[in-house]
Ligand binder design. Structure first.
Ligand code: IMP
Length: 202
């Protein structure tokens, strides 16, 4: 069974990643480690920096970075999602959106490293920003995010419902499918300098 080490300080993310990878026959181990999050314009740059910081770990290593993007705010808070939320909370976003389009999306970039080789996988979920926060489940921006086709926020839904469609689950499912394909390829070694950018997810 292939194994991957997921590096993060967040136990909730570890459980989500582990559960998503089980059906692909991938075992997930957890390395609880805080990774650098440099200021960058793209999630993929942050993921690259995280992959640099795990070069000491052996075998397959998995990291990820996520953000909430609001097109009518020129993509804000985006790569600044964590920092903004901890400083200001939801209120400024709700205020700014009173007279703007409320569409938004969450995006995750998952990065896999194996020795010098690295790959990235993108997952995304579209939705809109609620007029006010609702629900107590989940974390981060879940109380203000209503996925497309839903009438409630992520935070009002059970964890399994969120995990069935979440940006993170979608990115990690791509990692799982990739692993399944590789382990079916009769033990071939990873290609040098491999890279994977699924066209359907952007
Ligand atoms: P990071 O990937 O942990 O750096 O997440 C960046 C920011 O996006 C954090 O503030 C999280 O709260 C937010 N975020 C990431 N994923 C989710 C999610 O699934 N729901 C709500 N907020 C999220």
């Amino acid at each position: 069974m292939p194994a991957v080490t997921f590096v993060s300080t967040n136990p909730g993310k570890f459980r989500e990643v582990r559960d998503v990878l089980v059906p692909f026959g991938v075992e997930t181990r957890w390395e609880r480690r805080s990774l650098p999050e440099p200021q960058a314009d793209e999630l993929s740059e942050v993921v690259d920096a995280k992959l640099d910081a795990v070069r000491d770990l052996r075998g397959y290593v998995l990291v990820e970075d996520s953000g909430l993007f609001i097109p009518s705010l020129k993509g804000f808070p985006g790569v600044y999602s964590a920092h903004f939320l901890s400083l200001w909370g939801f209120e400024p976003i709700l205020e700014l959106l009173r007279r703007r389009d409320r569409h938004a999306f969450f995006r995750t970039v998952a990065g896999v490293r194996f020795g010098p080789d690295r790959w990235q996988f993108v997952g995304q979920v579209r939705g809109s920003i609620a007029r006010e926060p609702a629900g107590r489940n989940g974390f981060g921006y879940d109380p203000i995010f209503v996925p497309e086709g839903w009438h409630r926020t992520f935070a009002e839904a059970p964890t399994e419902a969120k995990n069935a469609i979440s940006h993170r689950a979608q990115a990690v499912r791509k990692v799982g499918a990739w692993f399944a394909k590789r382990s079916g390829a009769s033990g071939r070694k990873p290609p040098i300098g491999g890279s994977h950018h699924p066209s359907t997810s952007r």
